[in-house]
Design a protein around this ligand. Structure first.
Ligand code: ADP
Ligand code: ZN
Length: 583
């Protein structure tokens, strides 16, 4: 039986202790026995006070008086001694262990024990070495080391419910086997990064009280041929030896990317081999063993279908970005251990953090705490959080603001004001919570944050509005500075606008000219791409661009006012924006 390092050490420790206790009692069990002379002993025999005698070939013998006293005395070792005792109505127990053998046995026993302990420890460290070399990134955590429970995960209620069911499956697979219920072998958690997928898998392991093995799909790429596959086998071998466990594979898309026929190159061949090893291992373990594989990915649509077939990762759970309530709960959870001032309204913070993942919210509070600590303030205040909000979104503010040229500042101000103005103009329901022109370390010129209403589906109108908002920056530049002075600052806006347009007409069937055909299907097949898709997208983008320019021209006073305020203040909050855009 091979166990993981920590368990081995614990067992070795327990065995050692137990062994010493045994040996102690074995060697010193006669300590309480009264040492009496042979003459005294014979007197006891004669007076019928001896209950029993343990006879052996050692120089000493032990026994018990009728009153319960244990004694030890010299062993005459004569032929007729036993008969004499029997005739005196003494119970004789033939006991060989007190003899030479009896003295050797404890020694042998001890040596054997020490051997076992050494073997376990040595083998444990050998295994650890092997792990360090082979599986640098594989961490095995027993539930004892970091107890993360489902209570540590806020939001994601449905995902939690679904995983809670598995706790029982892992704990008592036999119970389910009795009813012929098959335990799910694999679960895929999919959703944006930082939404708590790893956290959920850890919570599952610790709530079920089983070890947690984590690897990342990206560890398996860029390795020598065949190594990925052998790592997978090693991982499962280990899990099986331990018995019940949770195996977590992060970034499974790195090895399970959809295989696209002719597109596959040498690099993905290695991925294929690793993937096949994973599939083989997953179908290899018995159904009710209590091993479950949890995989995480940001994009389920790129996964190889083989992974999603029944008996593999047949449960898929979406882990979405938190809604406003979940954000509030996450903020509360992570502020528990922090001194938060009374002026901080976490509900308001939650409202202002649309699209923030759990990790980002945690980061926000952490950043706030660091700012408070740096300022040596007693409490984390709203001011710290606002500052942190900015840092989390765009990285640290550039310390030396004078390095921004006046022209850059103006261009950025109009560009961002353009986005903000279009946002408010295309829909009354849209909010702009912040506009800024402070360059970030991430290299953005500035940003305009808009909050679309929280809802499940996007309508065609919503998508069109978002495309127009994305075009607002470039349109403002052109109106103010002229067509020859437009900048490179709009490149990511144009990328976004193009993506949204292509999706709208190619994936969602929202264009009457192109109809309901899904161009995703065509892109994934060998059918030649219809050039009309690009033509339509171009036409739509051009007409929207003209429309956006018109909106801005008609609202030029607002655009100027917002841009000028931005140049002065550098960043504006929702209240300030609404005061200027008072339509
Ligand atoms: P993922 O695996 O989805 O990328 P993680 O589970 O690694 O995300 O989350 C990173 C960190 O973000 C967590 O350790 C936790 O501090 C925080 N976090 C993310 N989601 C949540 C959540 N739903 N509730 C509480 N904390 C969260
Ligand atoms: Zn822009």
């Amino acid at each position: 039986m091979k166990l993981n390092g920590k368990i081995k050490l614990a067992i070795a420790f327990i065995i050692t202790i137990a062994l010493f206790i045994c040996i102690y009692f074995y060697l010193y069990r006669n300590n309480e026995a009264k040492d009496i002379s042979y003459i005294e002993f014979m007197e006891y025999v004669e007076s019928g006070e001896v209950k029993e005698v343990k006879l052996n070939s050692s120089p000493k013998l032990t026994g018990k008086l009728k009153n319960g006293t244990e004694f030890i005395t010299d062993n005459p070792r004569t032929e007729n001694f036993k008969e004499k005792l029997l005739l005196s109505n003494v119970e004789v127990i033939e006991n060989t262990s007190g003899g030479i053998a009896g003295q050797i046995i404890p020694v042998v026993f001890m040596l054997a024990g020490v051997g076992v302990v050494l073997y376990i420890i040595r083998n444990g460290s050998k295994q650890a070495e092997k792990e360090m070399a082979n599986m640098a990134n594989m961490e095995a955590e027993t539930s004892l080391s970091k107890r993360i429970t489902f209570d540590d995960v806020a939001g994601n209620e449905e995902a939690k419910e679904s995983l809670k069911e598995l706790v029982d499956f892992i704990r008592e697979p036999e119970k389910y086997a009795k009813y012929g219920a098959r335990m799910p072998r694999g679960v895929i958690l999919y959703g944006p990064p930082g939404t708590g997928k790893t956290l959920l898998a850890k919570a599952l392991a610790s709530e079920a009280g089983v070890p947690f093995y984590a690897v990342s799909g990206s560890d398996f790429i860029q390795v020598y041929a065949g190594l990925g596959a052998s790592r997978i086998r090693e991982l499962f071998k280990k899990a099986k030896e331990v018995g019940k466990s949770v195996i977590f594979i992060d970034e499974i898309d790195a090895l399970g990317k959809a295989r696209k026929g002719a597109n596959s190159n040498a690099g993905s061949e290695e991925g294929d081999r690793t993937l096949n090893a994973l599939l083989t291992e997953m179908s290899g373990f018995k159904e009710n063993e209590g091993i479950i594989v949890i995989a995480a990915t940001n994009r389920i649509d790129t996964l190889d279908e083989a992974l999603l077939r029944p008996g593999r990762f047949d449960r898929q759970i979406e882990i979405g970005l938190p809604d406003v309530n979940a954000r509030y709960n996450i903020l509360r959870l992570h502020s528990k251990n922090k001194p938060i001032s009374k002026d901080v309204d976490l509900r308001k913070v939650a409202l202002e953090t649309v699209y923030f993942s759990g990790a980002k919210l945690e980061n926000l509070l952490n950043e706030s705490a660091m700012i408070a600590a740096r300022n040596k303030d007693n409490m984390i205040t709203m001011e710290h959080i606002n500052k942190a909000y900015f840092n989390v979104l765009v990285g640290e503010e550039k310390k030396d603001r004078s390095s921004i040229t006046k022209e850059d500042k103006e261009i950025t101000a109009y560009h961002e004001a353009g986005h903000a103005l279009v946002t408010k103009r295309v829909s009354k329901k849209n909010k702009v919570t912040k506009v800024s022109i402070i360059p970030s370390t991430k290299g953005m010129g500035g940003f305009s944050l808009n909050i679309p209403p929280d809802k499940m589906y996007q309508t065609k109108k919503d998508i069109e509005n978002n495309i127009k908002i994305a075009l607002g920056g470039r349109a403002a530049e052109e109106i103010i500075f002229g067509a020859d002075y437009i900048t490179t600052g709009a490149s990511s806006d144009l990328k976004k606008a193009t993506e949204m347009t292509i999706s709208m007409i190619g994936s969602y069937g929202m264009d009457s000219d192109l109809g309901l055909i899904s161009y995703d299907v065509i892109a994934n097949s060998n059918i030649a791409m219809d050039s009309r898709l690009v033509e339509r997208a171009k036409a739509i983008l051009n007409s929207f661009y003209e429309e956006v320019k018109n909106i801005l021209l008609q609202n030029k006073e607002y655009l100027d006012a917002l841009a000028h305020k931005l140049i002065m203040e550098e960043s504006l909050n929702e209240e300030q924006i609404d005061k200027i855009l008072d339509f």
